[in-house]
Design a binder for this molecule. Sequence first.
Ligand code: GLN
Ligand code: ZN
Length: 790
Amino acid sequence: MPMSNLAIATLGVPRIGLRRELKSALESHWAGRTDAAELLATAARLRAESWRRQQALGITHIPSNDFSLYDHVLDLSVMVGAIPAVYGWHGGPVPLSTYFAMARGTQGRPAGDPAGDHGTGPGCDCGGDHAVTDGVPAQEMTKWFDTNYHFMVPEVEPGQRFQLAGTKPVDEFLEARALGIHTRPVLLGPVTWLLLAKSRQPGFRPLTLLEDLLPVYAEVLRRLRAAGADWVQMDEPCLVLDLDGAARTALRRAYAVLASAAPGLKLLVASYFGPLGDNLDTALSLPVAGLHLDLDLVRGAGQLDAVLAGLRPDACLSLGVIDGRNVWRADLPALLDRIAPAVRRLGTERLMLAPSCSLLHVPMDSDAEVQLDPELRSWLAFAAQKMTELAVLGRALTEGSDAVAADLAAAAKAVHGRRTSPRIHNPAVAARLEAVTADMARRIPYAERRWLQAQRLHLPVFPTTSIGSFPQTDAVRKARADHAKGRLSAVEYETFLRQETGAAIRWQEEIGIDVLVHGEFERNDMVQYFGEQLEGYVFTRHGWVQSYGSRCVRPPIIVGDVSRPRPMTVGWAGYAQSLTERPVKGMLTGPVTMLHWSFVRDDLPRATVCRQIALALRDEVTDLEAAGIAIIQIDEPALREGLPLRRADGPAYLNWAVESFRLAACGVGPATQIHTHMCYSEFNDIIAAIGALDADVISIETSRSKMELLDAFADYRYPNEIGPGVYDIHSPRVPTVAEMVDLLVRAGKNLSPDQIWVNPDCGLKTRRWEEVRPALANMVSAARTLRSQA
Ligand code: GLN
Ligand code: ZN
């Protein structure tokens, strides 16, 4: 069979390096230990390795400019000169220091990584801004679509001027070419970039800047063409969102201009993270040489026929067939069947094969996980394995040799093996799910519970508490590391943790906190700690995924049915409670957060997996209650980020998410108080769901928004109790008593005084005791001031 030129692409690959080399290089540079040249040399080496690896694995459309020293959205902002005045740039090449100032701010942040790699999001586990106290603030940061990657939010102003301020795409194309590798540069498209941008000017729509922005893009495209590029990938993931007419018009206009900007250059517009849905016609109408579609079974199913019917006669189609968001090996023969209509219709000449989205969102190489047994490993496919899968699919379509047939059969066998393995199917879990009744997710009315809880707890008005974790000091981390390496015995480690916990309890009593926490010293991470104790979870050693900048997380993998073989937190909660007369809160991570911050098995609906976790946690909740714990907090910081990208899909998600929380929480009697905690500053769109959780108390982040977001709770007439955070834990700054009193007074305008709890915004694990001690003491004083005024 003649060699065909079926293209195999990756769209983008992990940047951080197999051993997180980029992280080390960045952090050394930020700490002043290495100069820019050394950092850039490491980055260039990582790019070269990555290009060569892709080439060796059979990728033919190898991306360039997908690499970033911090974030690709920031790269684009810098490229077009969207650099706010505070960063003091006045034209010319953008210094690296300016770039990092935009990424991280200047001053007020230790150069290292105070939270290690434990947190799943910035600062604490939650999404949001990162800590800068003084100096120049970093740009705002937020989640990239529905992934756990965070990007720097572009900032523009009315009358914004754009200019070509950086030539990174061209430079990296030439860098690869010098290595003998012809790449396909990737640019974040202008419409998505503008839709992600923010302006300080209320009501201003950044999209109106499109005409001014396009010439800069056109110039980059001309330069890429001049440098020898033939394809450029334009990422427009906004194509999977709910778009209004203006956004659709902008897409048409942008590509009408850009498609002819550089004669001979072909543009591939890439949509990903979901199906095109009602943007299908817009996408098909773009006058570009190619379109990339997310054909992932879960997210992008069902649109191939419509696209084939409407595709421009000369356009190429890039099929995103390998799931770029998950870690499972693909059923390659089944995928071949799915794409067969495209092959028949377009032939291999007009087809490209690709992952559904950039491989940025999966770890690098599952072969590195040698601690997993071979069967388990055979079920996994990280970035490197996904590239191989694409290459096999490509060969299957063009060669059909015996070797390819064997590869296809092996893939099918691995997938089938996982689906049917007794290792991941636990009949008891399935039976328990079957037996769930509506009553299990219901408690008696809140008003009645409230009275019973008041009788039991005897709390003052404006009760004080904290969110769970206390500083993870060097000593705590070292003890954990020593224990993991066998340098500290289990008994010694336990003794150490008891001392820390005991000291934390005594200190909280001393300063007069009303509801104590044990401090979470025994926890490495709020998901991992539980995952390690549950059946059905698997952990990697090197499965790092970039969260933001140099920060990476290692999401656990939910491989099988989840159950709880034995109590997980009862020992620590009970120990802490034995030291004090005051109530100690039990502290759990909720089912929705456990789900979202993990890679989830793909052979069950996510809702089902979430319910399994909920039942496992329900056992823990009832065991805590039986052990005499009167207050149990179930953290759900990830509830909101699980919202689907399309508004229409929101209600169904919130339905099962809320039900899962309630299933976890509602096994207790009415006198046991259930708390929940969320750390973000936008509740309007989910306030009804928050109400439906029916937690007795919810603590939320409010200090930076100066209690503004309580409006949502007030408008909704939230009936239960609320702890609006009065201490911004993202900052090392110690808030004064007066400030916190002021915040509480503001809160009192929206809520009734007997509804208000007094607590920080989030857990304190990333802070130092030197900050936490005075801050919480001030917080107690603030609560006392309010009580005396009540
Ligand atoms: N209980 C957790 C802590 O205090 C909550 C963390 C979070 O919400 N992100 O660390
Ligand atoms: Zn939080």
